[in-house]
Design a protein around this ligand. Structure first.
Ligand SMILES: [Zn+2]
Length: 130
């Protein structure tokens, strides 16, 4: 079978590798905290990729998860963090719980997100809130 992962015309999802499904382009834009994305993303994420319906949803969740995780790591180290603001911490906690709930409900394919990591972060965030 001929595969050509470099081209969207190959019709393959960059998340689950499903072929022959409708694909949409996902570019990351701004991060969860409203910042321009390239400040903290790996360079691979700067170019749009192609995802099937389910994976495009999950990709957005993964992006938020990763942003929040990285800020939480900063917070834990005592470094400057967007989560230093109570309001952002609340918002981030709700978002991670929302992602965890979708995983629990089997609403995701889980090709991009790891359930263990999501629930661990949800717990850690909760413990930071007074
Ligand atoms: Zn997919």
């Amino acid at each position: 079978m001929h595969t050509d992962t470099a081209s969207p015309s190959a019709g393959k999802c960059d998340g689950c590798s499903a072929a022959d499904v409708p694909l949409m382009k996902v570019s990351l834009g701004r991060d969860f905290f409203g910042r321009v994305y390239d400040r903290l993303s790996p360079s691979a994420d700067l170019s749009p990729k192609w995802y099937c319906d389910a994976c495009s949803v999950e990709k957005n969740l993964q992006r938020d998860f990763r942003d929040i995780k990285s800020e939480f790591d900063n917070l834990s180290k005592g470094a400057a963090s967007a989560l230093g603001q109570a309001e952002q911490l609340d918002r981030a906690t709700l978002r991670v719980k929302e992602i965890a709930a979708m995983i629990a409900a089997n609403a995701l394919k889980q090709t991009l997100l790891k359930p263990d990591e999501v629930s661990a972060l949800a717990r850690s965030l909760d413990s930071r809130r007074g």
